[in-house]
Design a binder for this molecule. Structure first.
Ligand SMILES: [Fe+2]
Ligand SMILES: [Fe+2]
Length: 138
């Protein structure tokens, strides 16, 4: 993998974080039902971390001499509580897979500092997957 390809992938990662931010804003404001009493609070906690993830990715892109993207992917507007949480879980699961790959790739490329910067994203994304699985009773 070359630096250009890595930058492309990191910018795609950044887009998925923009998507998380938008989804969590909508979903934490609209989620309803006794089974989701504590869920809105959890989504707001996720939201704060997604902002940190986006910043971290943008900093790494800049450090590697790329330009952090400002493109937000198309996002469906979903206010059915269960469906919203399912979409959040799908996105977090996809991100977990992406960050696992990115940590491996950056180590292989001789960029252990970039891998270290990505490590909190990996751990926190796994936490988010587990929170959403629990909220959905999976
Ligand atoms: Fe994230
Ligand atoms: Fe997350």
């Amino acid at each position: 993998m070359d630096r250009t390809k890595l930058l492309e992938l990191l910018n795609e990662d950044l887009q998925t974080e923009y998507q998380s931010i938008v989804q969590y804003i909508q979903h934490s404001a609209t989620i309803k039902g006794p089974e989701y009493m504590s869920t809105a609070e959890e989504l707001r906690a996720h939201l704060g971390q997604e902002l940190e993830h986006a910043l971290m990715l943008a900093e790494q892109v800049d450090f590697l001499e790329g330009t952090p993207t400002v493109e937000v992917p198309p996002i469906s507007s979903v206010t059915d509580s269960r469906r919203a949480l399912e979409l959040d879980l799908e996105l977090e699961t996809r991100q977990l897979e992406r960050y696992r790959e990115r940590v491996e790739q950056t180590i292989e490329m001789g960029l252990p500092d970039v891998a270290e910067a990505l490590r909190p994203l990996l751990q926190q994304t796994q936490d988010h997957v587990r929170d959403l699985q629990a909220a959905l009773g999976l």
